[in-house]
Design a binder for this molecule. Structure first.
Ligand code: T46
Length: 131
């Protein structure tokens, strides 16, 4: 499975660091929505779904977490621990997120507005539809 980690250029100087996100530049789609999760409780596992169409880029802007990505044939674990790296999550990819550090802020850029009908929440349905 081809997992794409997008390197995000860091503009650093003696004041600190800054990363800019621009669609068509370092983000490979038009950004229609941004959300972020934080204060994730110990031991929590999130996700457990795929998307029919949605593409996203996930960035741990603070702290660390892990992603399990599953395309129905292979499963890969990715550690997000760098605010200068974005994980591209294509459509029809089952995802689970876990091992959030206490300070983790996981930001996600999405190419569509929120739409519950785009979610595939049943793993067997996902396997069937990803054939
Ligand atoms: C994904 C992974 C990485 C909204 O109202 N608007 C939104 O844009 C989102 C993302 C969520 N919500 C509501 C729906 C639920 O009542 O927020 C609540 C928590 O969402 P959910 O249980 O879907 O969160 P996760 O962490 O399981 O999944 C989220 C995204 O939903 C999903 O698209 O790929 O993060």
């Amino acid at each position: 499975m081809n997992i794409q980690i997008i390197p995000l250029q860091t503009h650093g100087d003696d004041r600190g660091s800054l990363v800019a996100l621009e669609d068509g530049n370092n983000i490979p789609f038009e950004i229609k929505r941004v959300y972020y999760m934080f204060n994730t409780k110990d031991g929590v596992r999130r996700g457990f779904h795929a998307h029919k169409h949605l593409k996203q880029v996930a960035i741990a802007v603070r702290g660390t977490c892990r992603f399990l990505l599953d395309n129905g044939r292979e499963r890969i674990e990715v550690v997000l621990d760098n605010p200068a790296q974005g994980l591209l999550i294509e459509s029809f990819m089952w995802r689970e997120m876990y091992d959030f550090s206490d300070d983790c802020v996981l930001m996600v850029l999405a190419d569509q507005h929120y739409d519950e009908s785009d979610y595939v929440r049943d793993y067997e349905d996902f396997l069937e539809q990803s054939k």
